[in-house]
Design a protein around this ligand. Structure first.
Ligand code: HEC
Ligand code: HEC
Length: 154
């Protein structure tokens, strides 16, 4: 049998394409939801969705994520709770509850409909803080720590 480069080359090219498209399929969402005391997260204070989005490097495409600090605004506050409502000050329908993890970070990949905007609040151990205006994005740290104060509770 005469196995020349002309026979092998097409097979090699097909193999390279097959491996390549396999890698492309790795751009898939994964369910990731923060829970009290877990410490799988990182990069406190950064806007998680610069990476945790379709085509980004982060595992899971977050719909709502951010970081909660204590009253020093320098140290994170673990195990708080973030809630999203249709009405101000915890009124209307509860749309989502997210447990802040042991690093002070919260994140979810669950789908969420912001509609005309949702109200959010953060419950600490001693105080609950309400955001007065509505949000239409879950990228909390696109504003907090950038154009406005860090989110903090006691
Ligand atoms: C600069 C890009 C980048 C930013 C910003 C970023 N991440 Fe990630 N994240 C990654 C990458 C890459 C991975 C996968 C590899 C790894 O675990 O480091 C990941 C993994 C994770 C995981 C999965 C760990 C596991 O083992 O399942 C969680 C949870 C997570 N990030 C949470 C967050 C949170 C919360 C924020 C914002 C406070 C955030 N990330 C910000 C890039 C980022
Ligand atoms: C578009 C920018 C923006 C986004 C996104 C945003 N915030 Fe805010 N947030 C603000 C501004 C500005 C204020 C102060 C005015 C107000 O309450 O409306 C605020 C206030 C707050 C307060 C009250 C702070 C205090 O000390 O009383 C909390 C709590 C809060 N935000 C939590 C969140 C959470 C949690 C998210 C993400 C789910 C979020 N915010 C997303 C801009 C934003």
């Amino acid at each position: 049998m005469n196995i020349s480069i002309r026979n092998i080359l097409p097979v090699a090219i097909i193999a390279v394409f097959a491996i390549h498209s396999c890698e492309e399929n790795e751009n898939e969402n994964e369910t990731k939801i923060s829970s009290y005391n877990s410490t799988e997260s990182h990069k406190a204070g950064q806007n998680c969705m610069t990476c945790h989005k379709s085509g980004g490097s982060g595992e899971g495409w977050f719909t709502v994520a951010g970081t909660v600090y204590d009253s020093t605004k320098a140290a994170t506050f673990p195990n708080a709770t973030v809630r999203l409502f249709t009405g101000p000050e915890g009124t209307g329908n509860l749309i989502m509850d997210i447990e802040v993890d042991g690093n002070g970070n919260f994140y979810t990949t669950e789908s969420i409909d912001f509609g005309n905007g949702l109200y959010t609040l953060v419950e600490g151990n001693l105080i609950t803080k309400h955001m007065n205006s509505v949000i239409s994005t879950g990228q909390c740290s696109s504003c907090h720590g950038v154009s406005t104060d860090r989110v903090w509770v006691k």
